[in-house]
Design a protein around this ligand. Structure first.
Ligand SMILES: NC(=O)c1ccc[n+]([C@@H]2O[C@H](COP(=O)([O-])OP(=O)(O)OC[C@H]3O[C@@H](n4cnc5c(N)ncnc54)[C@H](O)[C@@H]3O)[C@@H](O)[C@H]2O)c1
Ligand SMILES: [Fe+2]
Length: 350
């Protein structure tokens, strides 16, 4: 289910009330702590049985953080008859939405979130969960994954149960995002479109959504028309839908390695990597450079200069785990086309 429109955030309680088990029920609000200062809290439809947790996303979501948050929720709801909240609402960018997805899953699945990094390992349906994006581009509001960094790898919990039950898309909420952050997160969407539309997994479903998302990204990052926030929010949604039935590609694989070793956030990691991928995504990379120019963004350079050989190898390891991404980009023979040495060379350029 999805609602869209400026101000629609104020309908959140109408949606939640249908899910509240009176009188013992309670909702968990996981909210980006960037909103802790200010009046945003007053807009949260908090009831006295609800739990509000301000989450910190200075680091992208780690499995250890997910396990810790899940424990905090379990303790709060230990005395409730169902021992579970009625729902989990994630309010923030991709990181916060991913935390909400992961906590909703881990409340009903035993063990650590590390055990579920991969494809279709989740056994039990999640607690009801709702996405409220405050940044647009990742498509996390619509995707079937929650991307987590564990001790060994950065890899999503990919499953049908990961998908949000409800999305509340209110363009007002992304209006205040800092210019550079908005750009980098927006480029995540643009790169989703390019990787999906040029990939070998492309099909009519992915093409339909990907083409529309790409058009919206061009309006937002190369044009100056009205309704930029509305368009970016829809681009994120459509871009996420596009990769739901296809895959991302080389840029994302490399970006995961950058995040794992350097702690770079996803959008900026993607942007850094994409600039070196002209040989694979020529027209897309050239258009991306025009967007950089139009938006007056200067990419960080020489980011691997101080890394040890072992750290570079770790980046290559992390990137190579993502086999479906390479296969989407290069086809079933990707291992021949992209040996370790070539991945290493790409990193060394950055
Ligand atoms: N699940 C998926 O399908 C998927 C896809 C792509 C990326 N991701 C994940 O999404 C994350 C990146 O998400 P993101 O780019 O949206 O950024 P983010 O959630 O990591 O947030 C980036 C920064 O912006 C701040 N912020 C968020 N909303 C704001 C607002 N309205 N105003 C001011 N500051 C705000 C945050 O506090 C943070 O400091 C990564 O963890 C990545 O792995 C997930
Ligand atoms: Fe992405």
């Amino acid at each position: 289910m999805v609602i869209f429109g400026r101000g629609c955030f104020d309908q959140l309680e109408d949606i939640l009330s249908a899910k509240r088990r009176q009188p013992t029920g309670g909702m968990v609000f996981l909210v980006d702590d960037i909103f802790e200062a200010g009046d945003f809290k007053k807009r949260l439809p908090l009831k006295n049985t609800d739990q509000l947790i301000w989450v910190n996303v200075d680091d992208e979501p780690k499995t250890s953080y997910v396990d810790q948050l899940t424990e905090t929720v379990k303790v709060q709801f230990a005395q409730h008859p169902q021992r579970l909240p009625d729902g989990v609402i994630g309010i923030g960018g991709g990181s916060t939405m991913d935390l909400a997805k992961a906590v909703a899953l881990m409340l009903t699945n035993p063990g650590s979130s590390v055990d579920y990094q991969g494809w279709d390992l989740i056994k039990n349906p999640a607690v009801y969960h709702v996405a409220v994006p405050t940044l647009s581009g990742t498509g996390a509001e619509v995707s079937r994954t929650t991307v987590l960094t564990g001790p060994e790898k950065k890899l999503g919990i990919n499953s049908d149960h990961t998908v949000f039950d409800q999305m509340v898309l209110d363009p007002d909420l992304i209006t205040g995002a800092p210019r550079e952050q908005r750009f980098y997160t927006g480029m995540d969407c643009y790169i989703h479109c390019i990787e999906s539309l040029t990939g070998t997994f492309l099909n009519s479903f992915s093409r339909s959504y990907g083409e529309k998302a790409l058009e919206l990204c061009r309006d937002v990052f190369l044009g100056k028309g009205p309704d930029q926030d509305d368009k970016l929010m829809m681009a994120s949604y459509f871009g996420g839908m596009s990769i739901a039935y296809s895959q991302v590609g080389i840029c994302h694989a490399l970006s995961y390695g950058l995040s794992f070793v350097l702690g770079l956030h996803h959008g900026i990691g993607n942007s850094i990597a994409f600039d070196y991928l002209e040989e694979f995504y020529g027209p897309g990379v050239r258009e991306f450079r025009r967007m950089l120019e139009t938006q007056e963004i200067a990419l960080p350079r020489n980011i691997v200069a101080d890394l040890s050989a072992a750290q570079i190898e770790k980046m290559v390891d992390v990137a190579m785990i993502l086999e479906p991404l390479w296969e989407n980009a290069l086809g079933p023979d990707w291992k021949k086309l992209m040996p370790r040495s070539r991945i290493r060379e790409l990193y060394l350029r950055m």
